[in-house]
Each structure stands twice: as structure tokens, then as C-alpha cells.
Design a binder for this molecule. Structure first.
Ligand code: PMP
Length: 409
């Protein structure tokens, strides 16, 4: 690991390296809900939402291999697999969301959502939640308050509070609309991750999203559901987290889990917006919707369906929340355990981020990988592949509880 760390620093640099742990983790292989590092140590991966159907799922690997042996090209030449995947996706969303545009990453999907919203409305204003992250490209980073810490907030974007607590209202959203108006901007869109993953994981009642959607539409803005984190069954009640959240989107952005590790992303939206953008621009991204990516995407949908992973996520997630609440009941640092399906947060509100980071490191030393989230990075984020077993869920619970006992109290 030491040698790899040095070689990595030499050729990849350190300034932009994601420093998840205080010592780097270099992984060599994965299977199901586990990953093995380059020293041969195996962890339960409760961190990464990319391998949604499990690391190296044989059906996904074989679908990719079968396709790559026959044809690996791009959408300059229309390929039946992309059409098949688009048809499958359209069948899972509300009527009217009839068109799929393929991309390579969640950031590109958010970029395109913004371009569609601007083309449809003729406006530039955008509203995003408190500490949301919507991507790495210049346009998506500008829509990510997590990236505004250096004062780079653009004049056309405003943030509003994530919905915290049992009965949140939209006062903060209305205030953000007012600030946008004061800045001379009309809103083109509001973007919401329905489970507020980067904001610390919040699951407001449907009334909140109904009110938000009504207010957005009254202001002439499109509603974008960013399902890059929360989509593909993680919420445990539907393939899409917006469904049970009461959010009624005009545009849906998809990414991360879509190819279970193979790059593929998409926007699902109304054909009218696509036509509006088509009148003012050309749109083509070389690899987007490639036959190999589409084969991966189709296999992921097949596995979620055939293995009943949405239902499994609900059962495992409910167990995780209730048992974790019991196991951490005596831990003063834990303010709340919350979440939906297999996206669960352990809120250590007010705990020094350095201590939270030590808890995360200790959890890793004990053989489990978890993340952190929230504006103060004081929420432990538990987000395993949906195939995680009951036994592995118990391991996650025991490990997180004992790390908290050892460090946070
Ligand atoms: N939207 C959300 C909600 C995300 O969490 C992310 C990535 N963390 C993105 C967009 C950007 O996706 P990508 O990293 O694939 O570009």
C-alpha cells in the first residue's frame, strides 16, 4: 500500500485526490457486497452506490463481455440495445416522460437537464438545496453548493434549505425564489435529490414535495429529480426515489448505478423540451448510449427485477435502521438514525468532523466501509449494494455501533 500510495502521488497528484480515509484504500477486486484490497483484506462495502446489484455481478459482467466481443462503438450508428434500454426506462416513469437521452456521467446528465430547462423556459435561474452536489463539470459544479465554499456561487443560482425534520415547509424555497428575482433572474429549474444524500439524508413526507412542485411550476420552473445517488431501487419502494417522495419531475437524471460500474448515464424527459433544445443546438456525445453501456444497463435492470432487489432493499433497510437505533441507543453522539431503503444516515450532529473521520477510519479497520455526508460531514452514510445479505447487515450494525462506542463517546 505504501509503494502504491507513493506511485499514485507521483502520477495522479494529490491536490485533487479524493481522500476518503486518512490512509488510502486501494482495492483489487469485489464480489457482491464485499471488496478486497491490494493487501488481501476483505471489507463489507456499505459505502459505494455504483455496484448497485453487487460488485462484479456475473450477469452484468457477461452482458458486457458478450456485447464487447460483437460490437463496441457509439451512437453515431444507432444500435438496437440503446433503443431497448430507452424503452425499458420509459416504461418505469410517469406518462409524458417519453424521451431518453444517453450520457456518460451524472454530471453530464445534470448539465443536459439545465440546457433543456433553459431551452424550454428561455431563462437561466436555478434553485438547488443547501449542500447539494450535482457534478464535476463547470456547469454542474456551478449548480452544487457543496462547491461554493470558495465564493464561486453564480448569480443565476440560489440555494434553499434541505427539508429537515418531520414537517418541513417551503419557506426557504420561496425566499430563494425572491433572491433570484432580486438578482434579475427568472427560474428555469429546481433540482432535487429526493433523498437529499449530500444534504445529510432527509426523507420529508410527500406533502413537502407537492408544495415544492406547485411553487416551482407557479414560478415557471421545471422540476428536476436527480436520481444519480438515490435511483435504481435504493429507496426500497420503487425503482425511482422520487415516486414515493411525492415529487413529480419534468426531467430525471440518472447515473452512477446505471451500469453497475460501467459508465452510462441518462436524462429522461418530455419530448417537447428535447425539441426546444434541438432548435437551438446540436447534441452528440461520442460514447453516450454505446452498445456496451446499453448492455450493462439492460443487465442491471434485469438483475434488479429478477432478484427482487427493490423489495430486498426495503427489508434490509428497515432492519438496518431499527437495529442500528437499538445498538446506538446508549451513544450520546448519535442524534438520529434515519433513511429510506438502503440509504441510511447516522446523524452525529455537532460532532467534530475530525472525530467523525476517526469513526469512519475505525469502521474500516474493523472491516466495513461507510461514507460521511451533510454540510458539516457529521452524518455517517451507509449505502451498500442492494444485494447485501442479512448477515452482512448485522456486521455493518455491530461494526458501526462498536466504532461509535470506542471513539465518539
Ligand atoms: N448528482 C448527484 C446527486 C451525485 O451524487 C453525483 C455524483 N456524486 C452527480 C450528480 C455527478 O455524477 P458523476 O460523478 O457521475 O458525474
Amino acid at each position: 500500500t505504501g509503494a502504491l500510495t507513493r506511485r499514485r502521488a507521483a502520477v495522479l497528484g494529490t491536490a485533487l485526490a479524493p481522500l476518503t480515509y486518512s490512509t488510502p484504500l486501494h482495492v483489487a477486486s469485489g464480489r457482491g457486497a464485499t471488496m478486497t484490497d491490494t493487501d488481501g483484506r476483505t471489507y463489507v462495502d456499505a459505502y459505494n452506490n455504483v455496484p448497485v446489484v453487487g460488485h462484479a455481478h456475473p450477469r452484468v459482467s457477461e452482458a458486457i463481455a458478450d456485447q464487447v466481443r460483437v460490437l463496441a462503438t457509439n451512437l453515431r450508428y444507432l444500435h438496437p440495445r440503446a433503443i431497448e434500454l430507452a424503452e425499458r426506462l420509459v416504461a418505469t416513469v410517469p406518462a409524458g416522460l417519453d424521451t431518453v437521452l444517453f450520457l456518460n456521467s451524472g454530471s453530464e446528465a445534470v448539465d443536459l437537464a439545465y440546457r433543456l430547462a433553459m431551452a424550454d423556459t428561455g431563462r437561466r435561474g436555478a434553485l438547488v438545496t443547501d449542500f447539494a452536489y450535482h457534478g464535476v463539470t463547470a456547469a454542474a459544479a456551478a449548480l452544487s453548493p457543496e462547491e461554493w465554499l470558495d465564493g464561486s456561487k453564480p448569480g443565476y443560482a440560489e440555494r434553499f434549505d434541505a427539508p429537515v425534520g418531520p414537517d418541513p415547509d417551503i419557506a426557504s424555497f420561496r425566499a430563494a425564489l425572491d433572491r433570484l428575482a432580486a438578482a434579475g433572474q427568472d427560474p428555469a429549474m429546481v433540482v432535487v435529490d429526493p433523498l437529499y444524500t449530500s444534504d445529510g439524508i432527509h426523507t420529508p413526507g410527500a406533502a413537502y414535495h407537492t408544495a415544492l412542485g406547485d411553487a416551482a411550476r407557479a414560478a415557471g420552473a421545471l422540476v428536476v429529480a436527480d436520481e444519480v445517488q438515490a435511483g435504481f431501487g435504493r429507496a426500497g419502494d420503487h425503482l425511482w426515489s422520487f415516486t414515493a417522495s411525492g415529487l413529480d419531475p419534468d426531467v430525471i437524471t440518472l447515473g452512477k448505478p446505471m451500469g453497475n460500474g460501467h459508465p452510462i448515464a441518462a436524462v429522461i424527459t418530455r419530448s417537447a423540451y428535447v425539441e426546444a433544445l434541438g432548435r437551438e443546438a446540436e447534441f452528440f456525445s461520442t460514447f453516450a448510449g454505446s452498445p456496451v453501456a446499453a448492455a450493462a444497463g439492460l443487465a442491471v435492470l434485469d438483475v434488479i427485477e429478477d432478484e427482487g432487489l427493490v423489495e430486498h432493499a426495503a427489508v434490509m433497510g428497515a432492519r438496518l435502521v431499527s437495529r442500528l437505533r437499538e445498538a446506538t441507543a446508549g451513544c450520546a453522539a448519535v442524534r438520529e438514525v434515519r433513511g429510506r431503503g438502503l440509504l441510511v444516515g447516522v446523524d452525529l450532529a455537532g460532532t467534530d468532523p475530525a472525530v467523525v473521520s476517526r469513526v469512519q477510519d475505525r469502521v474500516r479497520e474493523l472491516g466495513v466501509l461507510v461514507g460521511t455526508t451533510g454540510a458539516r460531514y457529521d452524518v455517517l452514510k451507509i449505502r451498500p449494494p442492494l444485494v447485501i445479505s442479512a448477515g452482512q447487515i448485522e456486521t455493518v450494525i455491530d461494526t458501526v455501533a462498536s466504532a461509535l462506542d470506542q471513539i465518539a463517546d
